[in-house]
Design a protein around this ligand. Structure first.
Ligand SMILES: [Zn+2]
Length: 450
């Protein structure tokens, strides 16, 4: 598969100048004119010596030395020696024309241009990057990880195309980890429980976007563009990409969101709050004065004040793991959700009837009623959330569902989606599965049940 050169400048910092762009352009033009001439390149690595030593090693002395070190230190922040940074000086006819500073751990480099021997400006030059799309399909025979490991690694992950040493192996593990994390923590976090739902025979189709830095000769995972997960027992979860610029955002950045086939947002795992109405009487914090205990204590949850007896909802589908008295929490319900999430609801006056520990509750189902039991100063629900056993702030953890696409955006999404599905099928070499329309419930049968 060929790599397409992308015009995306996203890899490096935006261009920075400390002198006019004209100076640099003339510098570059000068460089081009000089290409046919004699050009000498000297390289100096900043090791145990001082920055100044590395500069001097390149033959830069006198006033040029002072101004060059000035730019490196003041503008680029190279105030301390950092082993691994390298400098490269380009001489044309014995006249210094350009100095390149390659910071270790960066893919681009800084370029200082010289006119008549004096620095005329500098800029950051991001490394050229190519981007491509690749389609993979796999079937789960043990775990999703194994299925991805066996099918998803690009042939040109490393320069040699094979995993030779431990660095190659860790690159491979890193690639699959990022891919799996994108699937489980982003695209399908709210649609598939990768702990309970995954079964042998499930199938997965992913459209991957990859990066390649020509200098390295290595391919890296960039992001998932689209994905389909077909359950062996029926049903398909899908995530389609849509690039757009958020309306309220003043940044020029185009963001990638994923949507269902109908343009509805994927992000719907949790309700924003566990009560139909109410105000936040105490937010999440790691230290506040506790009104009853009278000393500073972390408040790892959010309090919603509502009138006594107001319904409390399960914010997401899950299984009740606790339903009873729990010390300062008073009457409490805890629910275990998919993907390591757990929510807790404290100070209830009463529990909803017909539920027990082990009961499955749906998102929005009533689990209890606002009270003031336990350590509480007034009717409210203490709502907390944990992920993998650690407290998280529900306000930041619960991504508000993105608005469904409408109007022109929806039209553009649907058009792009059908084009993408066709291209994706071609890349995959087979027709991709499409979810069956859910059969409509007959109103007659509903009425007869009532
Ligand atoms: Zn609280």
């Amino acid at each position: 598969m060929m790599f397409a050169v992308s015009g995306d400048r996203g890899t490096g910092d935006p261009w920075k100048f400390c002198a006019g762009i004209d100076t640099l352009d003339s510098c570059r033009t000068g460089m081009l004119a000089l290409l046919a001439d004699t050009i000498d390149v000297y390289t100096s690595t900043i090791g145990d010596g001082f920055l100044g030593g590395a500069v001097r090693d390149l033959g830069i002395t006198g006033g040029q030395y002072v101004s060059t070190c000035g730019i490196l230190m003041d503008s680029l922040g190279w105030t301390v020696q950092r082993p691994g940074d390298t400098l490269s000086a380009i001489y044309s006819h014995d006249l210094l024309s350009e100095l390149r500073a390659y910071p270790r751990n960066r893919r681009g480099f800084y370029r200082i241009c010289y006119t008549g021997g004096n620095p005329s400006g500098w800029e950051y030059v991001p490394q050229e990057r190519w981007v491509r799309q690749r389609a993979i399909s796999c079937e789960v025979s043990t775990t999703v990880w194994d299925a991805l490991w066996e099918t998803a690694l690009p042939e040109d992950l490393t320069e040699s195309g094979i995993l030779v040493n431990s660095r190659d192996s860790s690159r491979a593990v890193g690639y699959i980890s990022e891919l799996q994390r994108a699937l489980t923590d982003r695209l399908f976090v709210y649609d598939i429980d990768f702990y309970y739902d995954v079964k042998v025979g499930d199938k997965l189709w992913i459209l991957i976007e990859e990066n390649r830095y020509p200098v390295d000769g290595e391919t890296g995972f960039r992001r998932i563009l689209a994905a389909k997960y077909q359950f062996a027992y029926g049903g398909i979860a899908e995530a389609f990409p849509f690039f757009h610029r958020p309306e309220e955002s003043d940044s020029a950045e185009i963001i990638l969101d994923h949507y269902h086939r109908d343009g509805a947002s994927l992000r719907t795992m949790f309700l924003k709050m566990p009560v139909p109405f109410g105000r936040v009487s105490s937010g999440y914090s790691d230290g506040r004065m506790h009104p009853v205990l009278g000393y500073t204590r972390a408040h790892r949850g959010i309090d919603y004040a509502s009138p006594l007896g107001t319904e409390i909802y399960a914010v997401g589908d899950g299984v009740i793991t606790l339903r009873g008295w729990s010390g300062g929490y008073g009457n409490m319900v805890r629910i275990r959700h998919a993907n390591g999430y757990e929510t807790g609801y404290g100070h209830m006056s009463n529990f909803a009837s017909g539920q027990n520990v082990g009961s499955f509750v749906h998102q929005g189902e009533i689990i209890g009623y606002i009270g003031s039991t336990g350590l509480s100063t007034g009717p409210h629900v203490h709502f907390e959330m944990r992920r993998n056993g650690s407290y998280v702030n529900p306000a930041t953890e619960i991504m508000p569902p993105a608005d469904p696409l409408e109007g022109e955006e929806l039209e553009r999404f649907l058009a792009e989606m059908s084009v993408l599905e066709a291209q994706w099928s071609m890349l995959t070499g087979t027709d991709l599965p499409v979810p069956q329309e859910e059969p409509e419930l007959e109103t007659d049968s509903l009425e007869s049940v009532e």
